[in-house]
Each structure stands twice: as C-alpha cells, then as structure tokens.
Design a protein around this ligand. Structure first.
Ligand code: FES
Ligand code: FES
Length: 161
C-alpha cells in the first residue's frame, strides 16, 4: 500500500494543495491533480522531452521526478509562459516560424528553450541545436523550431530584455 502525502506545490506563481501517492510523478500530478494539462507525456521515461517543465530555472523532465520531490521549488509549466491569452515572445516566434504542427512536443520545446535562453541569451545556431537535442519532434524537422528560438534571442537582444 502506497502512502499518501499532502503537498503544496508552487506552480506558475500559485500555491496548489494536493494529495498524492508516493509513486506519483510530477508530470501526472500536474496533469491529474492540478489540471495543468499543457505538460504532455510521450515516452514517460525521460527520452522525448515532451514533459519538460522549468524548476528553479532549470529544464527538468517531470516524468522522471516524483511529485513529493517538488515541494519547496518553483515550477513553471507551459501555462506559465504566457500572460493569460497573450503569447510570450517565444510562443509568438513559434507561431510566426511555423515551428509546430501537431503541437504535442511544443510545450517541452518551449520550456526547454525558455530555460536555455535565460542562461544563454545570445546562442549560436549550433548551440540551440545542442540545447534542444533532448527533445523529439515528429513533425517539423526542427529547422523552424531553431529559427524561432534564434529569432527570440535576437529580439530580446535588440529589445534589451
Ligand atoms: Fe518525459 Fe518523454 S514524457 S521525457
Ligand atoms: Fe508534432 Fe512536434 S509538432 S511532434
């Protein structure tokens, strides 16, 4: 029998109370307990990157982490990137560059790229390729995704963000 735990998780600036079993992953907790279904599950074993969220500034695969490990950290999911219905600059760049088709992988790319750009604001194309090499997309061929990330970096540099 698995023990239940009462948690308070800080997600997108909001404190969520929930009760989880010891074995529940953070990904399942976000989707099933907090109804934040923007975080997607593909492989469920750390390979595809679809479940990536930002934890204390770092891109983390939420399928590889237990929810109980996420107490006391700051979690940002794809829902936290936009301002209500207003897309973030990175999301807008994905839209403008046609960097998504089915969209299943997109939340993971956005969170991965957002965490990466925060640490590396003016990357080269090769660096962006490397940064997203752990995320799988079946649709786009990756080129538009790389273009979108580079466009965002350029805009932020020009805008002094
Ligand atoms: Fe987590 Fe694929 S669902 S890496
Ligand atoms: Fe379909 Fe990436 S847009 S998997």
């Amino acid at each position: 029998m698995t023990a239940d735990h009462r948690l308070t998780l800080n997600v997108n600036g909001t404190a969520y109370d929930c009760e989880v079993e010891s074995r529940m992953t953070l990904a399942d907790c976000l989707r099933e307990k907090l109804d934040l279904t923007g975080t997607h599950l593909g492989c469920e074993h750390g390979v595809c990157g679809a479940c990536t969220v930002i934890i204390d500034g770092a891109a983390v695969r939420s399928c590889l982490m237990f929810a109980v490990q996420a107490q006391g950290v700051k979690i940002t999911t794809v829902e936290g990137l936009s301002d209500g219905d207003t897309l973030s600059d990175l999301q807008q760049a994905f839209h403008d560059n046609f960097a998504l088709q089915c969209g299943f992988c997109t939340p993971g790319f956005l969170t991965t790229a957002e965490a990466y750009l925060a640490e590396n604001p003016s990357p080269t194309r090769a660096q962006v390729q490397s940064a997203i090499s752990g995320n799988i997309c079946r649709c786009t061929g990756y080129v538009p995704i790389i273009d979108a990330i580079l466009d965002t970096a350029k805009q932020r540099q020009e805008g002094g963000k």
